[in-house]
Write a new protein. Sequence first.
Length: 374
Amino acid sequence: MKKLTLLGGVTPAQFLKEFWHKKPCVIRQAIPGFAPIISREALFEMAGRDDVESRLVTHFRQKWEMQSGPLDAIPAITKRDWTLLVQGVNLHDDAADALLRQFNFLPDARLDDLMISYATDAGGVGPHVDSYDVFLLQAQGTRRWRIGAQQDLTLQAGVPLKILQRFAPSEEFDLEPGDMLYLPPNYAHEGVAIGECMTYSIGFRAPSYQELGESFLQFMTDSIDLPGQYADAELAPTTRPAEISAAMLAQVSAELNKVQFTRDDIAIFLGEYLSEPKSSVSFEPVKRPLTLDKFMALAGKRGVRLSRKTQMLYRGELVFINGESFAVSRADKALLSVLADQRTLDGEAIATASLDVAEALHDWYRQGWLLLEK
């Protein structure tokens, strides 16, 4: 896909300075003449698969209901007030992945996925807030957005969705195909379909510090080294056997305070954490893989590309791929960072690969993480 402008007359630097994480932005004809890249029928079929995350939201007779996929049945498209949400479409479709990658003026470490929302007339998911930045690209039909920077985030009780109880919008927009709305985190909004419509949501992950902290402590369990064990050779008789003594508390505190972590520990954790595939993602190993020599010969002619499902990042001498990390030399890092940034390597670049890189590429190919170009 040819590189798109996306931001209208605003440069990425201007957009990040003025809008990103700060305030909404409506971009008319962000992609002029845009049309759905996935048909309605293909989306419905995708929602029936067990390897695709999907949800059906209905508001029939003023009652909110939600059903998680895989979905055996979809309501008639002539019926009003329902919405189909299909998450991670970029993991399953090349065109969706290519569209998602158009947003690479933002870091891959923040990029989450492309979700498609299909709705019949009046369909929506109610007024709500998201905890992440999102671009809402209209692909088909018209969707009316009402938004507001309200402080009251009280939710309705007794409904299966996080719907705001007192929504107070301050602005309203009708988005046509090719128009796009950017919303920063925790900005109240509601989108309602005017007739049949499809909206693409490009979301950016923002893990909570609590989530990061819990995951980091789990990560550090493999690195903690505290030799010895508790001892109290000077123990004296007690008249309060149920009390934890000050001496025991002091001794254990002194040992646990020896647990230290470095900036490198955090870098390794962050790279592995951010590149770890979601639980719903699976790779299919090559059934009859080529030998290393044959693979490199073909790769040198065709080039290679990362699988849609692969997440590859780097920091300093460290390279991360699908939750794994390793340190590389400066020369190898130069080559692998091109693969991570561009998600492809041409044959000319592959011809310069060291044996270590060649073996890594071959291993990723065998696991289905990397593909030979056709």
